[in-house]
Design a protein around this ligand. Sequence first.
Ligand code: 3PG
Length: 213
Amino acid sequence: MSKIPRYSALQVIQDAPVIPVIVLNDVAHAVPMARALVAGGIRMLEVTLRTPQALACIEAIAKEVPEAIVGAGTVRTKADAQAAAMAGALFAVSPGYTSAVGQACRDLGLALLPGVATGSEIMMAQEDGFTELKFFPAMQAGGPAMLKAWGGPFFDVKFCPTGGVTLQNATEFLALPNVVCVGGSWLVPAVTLAQGDWARITQLARDTQDLKK
Ligand code: 3PG
């Protein structure tokens, strides 16, 4: 049985020009990092399920930073989606697409941004009712030129390109009519986390506000 997500995929991608892709190895970093991004104007946070601490980090942010809207990235299986929802994630991002992940997210009431890199994958996601998609890995798979080409046949799809996107090349993506936001890991550098330099993370988030279309 499907549940209505608290935030739709469109709301997730429309909130800010950039969704930070976050890798956390230490639960103690989760809350100050989330507060730093919120202070810089970014509240949709994608915490990737790539470390043993990721779920605990999602849980901590969901509980202690109510201004943030935390989602799980790297959701590859139904079990990932279930664990993310249990931890308090409100949306999910996947590096690819399977109907099993799509259905699991529907059942859990998690908005999903499915990852696609080919026309066939877009068609599969669309067939299952997903029209806001992550283009991954964006630079490696064709960059802005690929999105321009997709704008013809897939005129009714909106994209969040992620992978190789930087503050510098984000403008070129965001200028495209089928791009709503971009994703990137540059907002939360590993070294900045290790240093606990939260002011730097706030500044990196603020810098993205100039990217507004
Ligand atoms: C990822 O899932 O790793 C994202 O695509 C981040 O890519 P980036 O490090 O190139 O921003």
